[in-house]
Ligand binder design. Structure first.
Ligand code: SF4
Ligand code: ZN
Length: 309
């Protein structure tokens, strides 16, 4: 609005954030955004000298997380998992390179196909499970493993306030107590082969991240994955967006109050070592090897069913 003044410096305001009852000029906005991340990093108790591995998809969240941490002086490296989704995966890598190259930032790219023998589309053809839940499981597991393999102890992900609040609402609605225990922006390592996991953007909303990217000249990947299909997590985010519209600040209060009242989460305890791959797991077979077993059984069954000539 014309003549509106920045809440911080009284300069010309161009950004309005009703949930903070604040108006900002571009410079003060960037400071506000950095402060939110600084606060999260302080809470995470990660030492400022600790090198951070940043999981990057090429989307706005992961690039913004990487960018702010780099601006704050952290030593960082990007880690990208190429899912092998035609068109989309190439565009993801392009967006990462477009961000990283001019800033002199290094990143590693691993193809899912090279790591486990299947790309996401190949897995999709071989399973009745929802592809996004399989994809999510693989990303979680493999990013953990690759972080440790590259010699890093901390893995950063770009989850934002909307992701975390949506997940909290979903878990509460469904009484998923075991997931609620892990509802934390900081998960300690419970095994020498598991990294500490942190979400430095958990205090900022998706639209605040979009503004940060615009002001910082970041051009994230615009396309969304062609395999995504109305995940139920979107419904919980929409419900919160509705509440937020009626009562600005509700989303933040909902998440932050919950986090304050609940003790910092414990990471899932691991009890054993996978008999196939030697990675930490709950019992004797890790979730990745379990999935691979299912996929291979299916291939074997298929080739048995095919008439041999
Ligand atoms: Fe994976 Fe689903 Fe996300 Fe696509 S939308 S990247 S399949 S989790
Ligand atoms: Zn395994």
């Amino acid at each position: 609005s014309r003549g509106a003044k920045c809440t911080r410096c009284r300069g010309q305001a161009v950004i309005s954030l009703p949930s903070h009852h604040a108006l900002f000029c571009p410079d003060c906005y960037l400071r506000f955004f950095q402060n939110a991340v600084r606060r999260a990093m302080k809470q995470s108790a990660v030492h400022p000298e600790t090198p951070l591995m940043v999981a990057v998809s090429g989307g706005k969240d992961s690039l913004a997380a990487w960018s702010v941490l780099h601006e704050m002086g952290y030593r960082t490296r990007g880690l990208h998992l190429d899912l092998g989704i035609e068109g989309f995966s190439e565009a993801s890598a392009d967006a990462i390179e477009r961000f990283a190259a001019p800033r002199g930032l290094a990143w590693s790219r691993y193809a899912l196909e090279d790591l486990i023998g299947f790309s996401i589309p190949e897995i999709r053809r071989r399973t009745r499970r929802k592809i996004c839940s399989v994809c999510g499981l693989l990303k979680r597991q493999l990013l953990n493993r690759l972080t440790v393999r590259e010699g890093f102890g901390v893995l950063v992900t770009g989850h934002n306030l909307d992701d975390e609040a949506g997940r909290l609402l979903g878990n509460l609605v469904r009484h998923r107590t075991e997931y609620l225990e892990k509802q934390s922006p900081f998960l300690p390592s419970t095994h020498p082969r598991l990294p500490v996991k942190i979400k430095p953007l958990y205090r900022v909303e998706a639209h605040e991240i979009r503004i940060y990217c615009e002001l910082s000249g970041i051009e994230p990947l615009q396309a969304s994955c062609p395999l995504s299909r109305g995940a139920t997590s979107h419904v919980f985010k929409e419900a919160l967006a509705f509440l937020e519209m009626k009562m600005p600040g509700t989303k933040r209060d909902f998440l932050f109050t919950y986090l304050e009242r609940n003790r910092p989460a414990k990471a899932a305890e691991t009890f054993g070592t996978c008999r196939e791959c030697g990675e930490p797991c709950y019992e004797t077979l890790c979730s990745v090897c379990n999935l691979l077993g299912q996929l291979k059984d299916r291939d074997a069954k298929r080739s048995r069913d095919e008439p041999s000539s």
